[in-house]
Design a protein around this ligand. Structure first.
Ligand code: A3P
Length: 295
């Protein structure tokens, strides 16, 4: 039997060229037989882009704004994380077995590793993208606290790995681009973390329209309030404090860390920024995606 200790600071494993945490990589074989339902809703993101935030928003929408119902379980159970696997916890596939339809699902997988059934069933996707600099900073702190990742090393060396796509789930650039491309042929609502921060009510209205539901203005306001950073930070059903410190050590860095746009300015040195910007321009050439770096 695998123990949590066996997962600590293990090297990433490459699957079809994509680096992944080993225990997640091990689920990909069985996950290919996953059968999607047409009424599933997939939340797809590159890590650290606001996955938990939009998951809570969507669960609140699905529960008609009922706060108590949204406290029924930690987010990992309410929104099954398809490729999740960790000793001592049910896998994403196991959680799915007891998840009633209509289901909310979560993944960080790039398209090359996505179970085909999700595409065949034309499952609606809410994709959330966040600017690369804030993702890199958030991911660095996440690597520090979530010990299933390899040791992040210094911020400078982590940033180099991030730019090279040598972090779990691979290249940020490829991820945001390929899901953007997919939105031309597949029902994808492509959202930006920065937009949700700027005007959560407007973005929640977009989600409601996309999932074909309507809620009273009062309920939408309640969702905005309940899913604010301040509220989510103290909510054990979303802040990951219910997980063992062996898996996520919130004393190293909280999961709900800062929740702002532009935190990268406190981490990037002038030299790192000067190296990052031309590399970014090269990787994003020909792509019409635009990100806000500050609000
Ligand atoms: P920071 O580390 O920059 O604070 P994910 O859920 O995809 O792992 O993303 C985690 C990031 O989203 C963290 O960013 C976290 O603080 C931020 N986040 C989570 N809930 C949020 C909210 N309600 N408002 C703003 N940011 C939020």
């Amino acid at each position: 039997m695998e123990l949590v200790q066996d997962t600590v600071r293990q090297p990433l494993v490459y699957v079809k060229g994509v680096p992944l945490i080993k225990c997640f990589a091990d689920t990909l074989g069985p996950l290919q037989s996953f059968q999607a339902r047409p009424d599933d809703l997939l939340i797809s993101t590159y890590p650290k882009s606001g996955t938990t935030w939009v998951s809570e928003i969507l669960d609140m929408i699905y529960q008609g704004g009922d706060l108590e119902k949204c406290r029924r379980d930690p987010i990992l159970i309410r929104v099954p994380f398809l490729e999740f696997s960790m000793p001592g916890y049910p896998t994403g596939m196991e959680v799915l077995r007891s998840t009633p339809a209509p289901r909310l699902l979560k993944t960080h997988l790039p398209l090359a590793l996505l179970p085909q059934s999700l595409l065949d069933q034309k499952v609606k996707v809410v994709y959330v993208a966040r600017n690369a600099k804030d993702v890199a900073v958030s991911y660095y702190h996440f690597y520090r606290m979530a010990k299933v990742h390899p040791d992040p090393g210094t911020w400078d060396s982590f940033l180099e790995k991030f730019m090279a796509g040598e972090v779990s789930y691979g290249s940020w650039y490829q991820h945001v681009r390929e899901w953007w491309e997919l939105s031309r042929t597949h029902p994808v609502l492509y959202l930006f973390y920065e937009d949700i921060q700027e005007n959560p009510k407007r973005e929640i209205q977009k989600i409601l329209k996309f999932v074909g539901r309507s809620l009273s203005e009062e309920t939408v306001d309640q969702i905005v309030k309940h899913t604010s950073f301040k509220e989510m930070k103290k909510n054990p059903m979303v802040n990951y404090t219910t997980m063992s410190a062996d898996v996520m050590d919130c004393s190293v860095s909280e999961f709900m860390r800062k929740g702002i746009t532009g935190d990268w300015k406190t981490m990037f040195t002038v030299a790192q920024n000067e190296r990052f910007d031309p590399h970014y321009a090269e990787k994003m050439a020909g792509c019409d995606l635009n990100f806000s770096l500050e609000l």
